[in-house]
Write a protein that binds this ligand. Sequence first.
Ligand code: URA
Length: 288
Amino acid sequence: MSAAYHELLDATIQHLENLKSRGTRHLKVDAETLRALALPPKAMPAAAPAPVAKPAVSTFTPTPKPAMSPLIVPPVAATPALNPTEKAAAFAALRERALACVKCAHLATSRKNVVFGVGNIDAQLMFVGEAPGADEDEQGEPFVGKAGQLLTKIIQATGLSRADVYIANILKCRPDTPGQSAGNRKPTPEEMQTCIPYLHEQIDLIRPRVIVALGATAVEGLLGKTIGITKLRGNWREYRGTPMMPTYHPAYLLRNQAMSEKRRVWEDMLAVMEKLGMPISEKQRNYF
Ligand code: URA
């Protein structure tokens, strides 16, 4: 099948995911489009328009994805850049939708807060973590517990503040950990798949120049692949056209206090600063 077909298919799936995450459950599609959809892909004209754009006649319900299907990473954002007012409004609307989300019933009942994200929606640098812990659930803000305080120090060491960057997680609710007032469990594939459209939309709106993925789960969510963080860290990847630096999660640095590991994360941050054209002093180069 041609790359154009796959591109069109990916774009259609992304569009349907976006509609679904906004609460749309039914789409009207005309009979001609339904016939075209039933044809084998090769018989479809190369430049066929996206089926959802056609006028309405009959009803089409998107097939629910199998519970264990791999994470889908949508293709490069096709949405045009918005003006500041439109962007702020779109971001606020997205936040409202996420705050009201009950797609994971077990998390919706156990959470205290939906932890949407924090920071500058025009940030050039965005950090993505795994999921809120107990402190974040309590305060409704990502990375405010012990690992978060370390992340804040790392951000400050670059010369930036939390208010300059944007910080979000793959999962917006704390994974339920019955009987545990601290700690976290890894989000399940189903939870990640259900929640990730919010993050894709956040990134599409913010349009950061660089993303830092904190830990293996963040990389898995963003790239749709499971690869060990030790192999990944320090090497640039691309998230839908945006440079992405995988590095260790700050919680790992709290567990492993070795100077060598701190230095590794710092080297990843130096690479990020270079990519962004940020000034780097001799003192900063020699940290750790
Ligand atoms: N760990 C994460 O991955 N995210 C948070 O917000 C807090 C801890």
